[in-house]
Ligand binder design. Structure first.
Ligand SMILES: [Zn+2]
Length: 445
């Protein structure tokens, strides 16, 4: 029997492993492991810091997407995609954090995506007036910190791109927006900061420079593909600029599927190597297949956001992603929109041989489907093996649907009039203009 203790994580001792179980796997002839179901924080109450873990060569598993998951559950509105559920329905946010923790996440990101002042009062959003951004950010920190007590996880405060930047506001104005969120993260003393979901490297570096004022480690991820940011700055150069601005961990999140994100990550890695810069690599892709996406990623797909289900990654797709990300040298491996707890568990299960343990949620999941050996029906028991699931080509069950779509590709970016932040709701006339524009563009192409 192989030993399982996470040696790189020095603060965890044998005594602290609260539950262990044996998972033999005779169905596919793999090694028998003892698995750790839960690894509470050290007696000092502090998990090791993010950089200590990565510097020691540990694999850090991120969490999955919140806005998409909570929209489906009725707590987030598609359109603004703002995180007021932290105040309105803390139990829903808490439960999702808890599920990611059970699935193997080592980091809980505060549910503060788009929780900047300007976004919370954009186009008729009532959140800024009703709750204030401070309250939303504080509630999100409190929930993440509370759940973090239940396991060996870090809490990361998160900021993302702002309507102010897209509206062409100054560097000082945009940094003021980030600073206001940062004040809450400092007060709540999160473990580190993540600047994520930036389409423009200029804004991402402004975010990193602002977060740097906290003295906390900074991870920075952009939602770009191999073509680079919206102004054509290539991934390698984006990574270099982020590191020079002060990020210790760089990479990509959202907008593209794992395959595309890993192509972008390879370019980032090469850019850093050419510039002789060192940084840890991080990837948090979509759990949607996006081979047909253009530069702007999945938001350009006609199915975004209400008909993306046929594109969802299976857990087996995630196994492949986790292995390829690891082979590329990425050690902070997580997910973004579409990533549910079972996807995160798939990362943890794929990398169990390297990490030496499995998450709590694996107690209800035999590796590579071997739990099906308990099934009543013999043809289902015949699926209790890696070879079956690894080689399956899943059907969509949709006879008249294409397998790929044509992205919208309007090419609208920073400085465009249609992106300018406005407090009042989008008017009927403004909408009509957009409906017409869409018809014109479709007729042209
Ligand atoms: Zn996302």
């Amino acid at each position: 029997m192989k030993s399982i203790f996470p040696e790189a994580s020095g603060c965890i001792t044998h005594r602290q492993l609260s539950v262990a179980f044996v998972q033999g796997s005779p169905n596919h002839g793999g090694p028998a492991w003892v698995f750790v179901a839960s690894t509470p924080r050290s007696s000092a109450g502090h998990a090791q810091g993010i950089l200590e873990r990565l510097d020691a060569g540990e694999i850090v598993i991120g969490d999955g997407g919140f806005v998409i998951a909570l929209e489906k559950r009725g707590y987030v509105k598609a359109g603004p995609w703002t995180p007021e559920a932290a105040v309105e329905h803390p139990e829903a946010v808490r439960q999702l954090h808890r599920e990611f923790l059970r699935a193997g996440s080592n980091v809980l990101q505060t549910f503060t995506f788009y929780a900047s002042d300007d976004k919370l009062e954009n186009r008729g959003n009532y959140v800024a007036a009703k709750f204030s951004s401070q309250k939303v950010n504080e509630a999100a920190c409190d929930i993440a910190k509370e759940v973090a007590q239940e396991g060996d996880v870090l809490v990361a405060g998160g900021v993302s791109q702002t309507p102010s930047y897209l509206s062409g506001k100054s560097e000082a104005d945009v940094k003021t927006i980030f600073r206001k969120q940062l004040e809450v993260f400092q007060k709540k003393n999160v473990d580190f900061m993540i600047a994520e979901y930036f389409e423009h490297v200029e804004e991402a570096t402004w975010a990193v420079e602002t977060l740097k004022e906290s003295g906390k480690p900074i991870a920075a991820t952009m939602c770009i593909g191999p073509e680079g940011d919206m102004h054509g700055v290539l991934p390698g150069e984006c990574a270099v600029r982020l590191v020079k601005a002060g990020a210790s961990i760089v990479g990509v999140n959202c907008h593209f599927d794992p395959e595309t994100c890993l192509k972008t990550m390879k370019l980032m890695k090469e850019g850093l190597q050419a510039a002789k810069l060192k940084a840890h690599l991080m990837s948090q892709p979509l759990a949607f297949h996006t081979p047909d996406c253009g530069k702007q990623g999945f938001i350009d797909l006609p199915e975004f956001p209400f008909a993306l289900e046929p594109r969802i990654l299976t857990r087996w797709d995630v196994h492949k992603y986790a292995r390829e990300a690891y082979n590329l040298g990425i050690r902070y491996i997580g997910g973004c929109c579409g990533f549910e707890p079972y996807h995160i568990r798939a990362i943890a299960e794929e990398l169990a041989p390297e990490r030496g343990f499995l998450p709590q949620a694996s107690a209800k999941h035999g590796s590579w489907g071997n739990g099906l050996s308990m099934h009543t029906k013999p043809w289902i028991r015949a699926r209790a093996r890696k070879e079956y699931w690894e080689n399956l080509l899943p059907a969509s069950g949709r006879p008249y649907c294409p397998s790929l779509s044509k992205p919208d590709s309007w090419g609208v970016t920073k400085g465009d009039a249609e992106l300018v932040q406005q407090k009042e709701a989008t008017s009927e006339d403004q909408l009509k203009e957009l409906f017409q524009k869409r018809s014109q563009i479709q007729h042209r192409t």
